[in-house]
Ligand binder design. Structure first.
Ligand code: SF4
Length: 721
């Protein structure tokens, strides 16, 4: 009998493309087009199209592993779980709760992220929890919160992009990272709008632009200040908007006016006429947007850099207006939800602050614990990894592969090796799992139900379509079993819908309010935008997603509660007011500063890192997919022909890229799409071509984001080393 396809979403990036999956008689699933999801309308990139391959037992873990005599050997679940619980308890007994670390991932579902944060704080009692999303968009989150009082990646749906007048896309190569999203920008141009791309490389995305600005890596902050200077000098500010909807303009204006266009040209390398052209293109239409991604965010001044781009939006009246605004293109599959539900060092579920007494009381009430028993904020991701083997003696890690993805990766690998105990739950035997004392094989997207929150703030339901292989359990099962072994018998259900029900209560009243969202609604409505509070019984009128008042028909039961109406969710934020106490957006006065590591005689070039279309993040999954691996089999060093000529390097020659932290070797890829003072390496691979061996862990003072996008290097032909 033919099986009905199950509608679900891609396991990879934050676009969360809709797809159908159908179990195959021989095992595994088939991925097919699903046209009813408005973000991708059936389109999938190669990663999504081949996602079923990672379900194959041939490439994934199906048995727990424990370390014996220095080797990982197969074990059964009770033995593996006993070992983890026993070691965590013993280390906590000896060194205290903060000797236990927990590291999560932006690919974990909302339910898992929520349960992991609760497990760390309630069962282990540790403050030492953070996740790899810190390496992703934390600077944009910090800047958005400062300016608007709330961080939601995009405060409007992607469907608004084709209807605006101009988009400045800063540091995003979405033609490679999330290809189906490119159509929104193509439609923008077809509708008469313009696209400006800011990127040191002429990427496949920049090729689509009406104007490409190619600043030196790490100078996007100066670039934004230069544009704002010109906006003011040319009288293009929206004074009424500034007066009515913002605060802090005078200080921000003064800071921008100190950045003369000629000065900005010297810093960035972008000629003044191109700056003027960008200002004209951005200011002339009725509506415009700035969208940032990892380029400006992964810097040790990432928060200020994003703040400068937000200032540009505010000065021109572009935020909180229809078809206008600032947004961040979050990268990881659940990068948005992953930062909202408690696995971040300083956050509680619902995007509440861990050091807010009212937030602690609310969440502790849901968890049934004393608010004073909850630990305070812990270390950020890199600081936590750097502390391994010192006061943090054991680590439980879920859904992350920092041996490849963390900055200064050789040092991080050494810190992981120095632990007294490392437990990893993952789908595959990642490079980090290879170092573990215990490895647990866990379920993945098509084998489990759960929710994610896309880069638009749209909460989505991923559905289970196929049973996992024997011997594989969910992360929720892992936490349930470990909690029980550590003396907490209740509060860690294995049913994701039950966990989501608790998450709804924990998030109620918080900035990211999910209380009006249910699995049933997600299935019926193809996703719901947060905030979506639960309406009180008897309500008949609620606030609409665009800030208008919308009368709702009674219709079918709104939720699995007695509520008779549904809050419609909030596709568009800030149209009436920002989420600050006075409802106004806040300018933040920022000034240019150099990157943490400028080139010098010994390291005369800049390295910037990024992604290629056929690999995802640390590559732990995509490197195991034959088609993707064939398309992108290994790292490379992209360099300009002039630099190649200076080195005497030809296409494909092995080159050593050397920074103060180490050396990586990869073949040369010579192209004039990169600046002559810059080299580029994708970061998806381990081993001698690992780009993150080189990257600088200098941290942004606010977001604690490392400086992935810029560090000083030299390049040598390998035979010369
Ligand atoms: Fe999956 Fe992202 Fe590709 Fe869509 S763009 S198919 S979500 S990896």
């Amino acid at each position: 009998m033919e099986k009905t396809p199950t509608p679900t979403h891609c396991p990879y990036c934050a676009l969360q493309c809709g797809m159908n999956i159908t179990p195959l008689p021989q095992g595994g699933v088939e991925v097919t087009e699903r046209a009813d999801f408005p973000v991708n309308r059936g389109a999938l990139c190669g990663k999504g199209r081949t996602a079923a391959e990672v379900l194959s037992p041939a490439v994934r873990l199906t048995t727990p592993l424990v370390r014996e005599g220095g080797r990982l050997v197969e074990a059964d679940w009770p033995e593996a779980l006993d070992r983890i619980a026993g070691r965590l308890a013993a280390i906590r007994e000896r060194h205290g709760p903060d000797s236990l670390g927990v590291f999560g991932g932006g690919g974990l579902t909302n339910e898992k992220a929520y349960a992991l944060g609760k497990f760390a704080r309630v069962v282990l009692g540790t403050s030492q929890i953070d996740y790899n999303g810190r390496f992703c968009m934390s600077s944009a989150a910090a800047a958005g919160t400062k300016a608007f009082g709330l961080d939601r990646g995009l405060p409007f749906p992607l469907e608004d992009v084709p209807r605006t007048g101009c988009v400045i896309l800063v540091g995003s190569n979405l033609a490679e990272t999330m290809p189906p999203s490119l159509r929104f920008f193509t439609e923008l141009r077809e509708n008469g709008g313009t696209l400006i791309v800011v990127d040191p490389r002429r990427t496949r995305t920049a090729e689509q632009a009406d104007l490409h600005l190619a600043p030196r890596p790490g100078t996007d902050l100066a670039l934004a200040l230069g544009l704002l200077h010109l906006v003011v000098a040319e009288g293009r500010t929206d004074e009424a908007y500034i007066r009515e909807r913002t605060t802090g303009w005078e200080e921000a204006r003064a800071a921008a006016m100190a950045h003369w266009p000629e000065y900005v040209e010297r810093i960035t390398g972008v000629p003044v006429p191109r700056l003027r052209e960008a200002v004209r293109m951005f200011c002339e239409p009725e509506a415009a947007m700035v969208l940032t991604a990892r380029g400006p965010e992964q810097q040790s001044k990432g928060t200020d850099t994003v703040g400068a781009w937000i200032n540009l939006c505010l000065a021109t009246g572009r935020a909180g207006r229809p078809l206008s605004g600032y947004g961040c293109l979050t990268g990881q599959g659940n990068g948005q939800g992953g930062r909202e539900h408690g696995q971040k060092a300083d956050q509680l579920p619902g995007y509440r602050k861990l050091d807010d007494p009212a937030a602690r009381r609310h969440v502790a009430g849901v968890w049934g614990v004393d608010p004073d028993s909850l630990p305070g904020p812990g270390r950020s991701a890199y600081e936590l990894l750097d502390a391994l083997g010192t006061d943090v003696r054991a680590l439980l890690l879920m859904g992350s592969n920092p041996v490849v993805s963390a900055p200064r990766a050789a040092h991080v690998e050494e810190r992981l090796r120095s632990l007294d105990f490392l437990a990893v739950a993952d789908v595959v035997l990642s490079e980090t799992a290879e170092l573990a004392d215990v490895v647990l094989p866990v379920t993945q997207w098509a084998e489990e139900t759960g929710t994610t929150t896309s880069l638009e703030g749209r909460v989505l339901l991923r559905r289970r379509a196929v049973a996992p292989p024997p011997g594989v359990h969910s992360d929720l099962y892992v936490l349930h079993e470990l909690a029980g072994r550590l003396g907490v018998e209740k509060g860690f259900p294995t049913d994701p819908e039950e966990v989501f029900g608790e998450l709804r209560r924990a998030s109620a009243g918080g900035p990211a309010d999910y209380s009006g969202i249910t699995y049933r609604r997600l299935a019926e409505e193809n996703g719901v935008f947060w905030p979506c509070p639960e309406e009180p019984a008897g309500a008949t009128v609620v606030a609409g997603g665009d800030g208008t008042q919308v009368a709702l028909s009674e219709g079918p039961a709104a939720s699995d509660t007695s509520t008779s109406v549904r809050h419609p969710g909030t596709p568009r934020l800030f149209l009436d007011r920002f989420a600050t106490p006075d409802g106004r957006a806040r300018f933040v006065a920022v000034a240019h500063r150099a990157t943490a590591e400028e080139p010098d005689a010994e390291y005369p070039l800049l390295l910037t890192t990024g992604r290629v279309v056929s690999q995802y993040q640390s590559g732990a999954q995509t490197r195991r997919v034959a088609e993707l691996n064939a398309a992108a089999p290994g790292p490379f060093v992209e360099l300009h022909p002039r630099l190649a000529a200076r080195l005497g390097a030809a296409e494909g020659d092995p080159l050593a890229v050397v920074s103060r932290r180490g050396r990586a070797v990869a073949p040369a890829r010579i192209t004039d799409t990169i600046r002559p003072d810059t080299v580029f390496m994708p970061f998806h691979w381990p081993g001698e071509g690992r780009a993150n061996t080189l990257t600088n862990p200098a941290l942004d003072p606010t977001s604690r984001m490392p400086e992935f996008k810029s560090c000083a290097v030299r390049v040598e032909r390998v035979e010369a080393v």
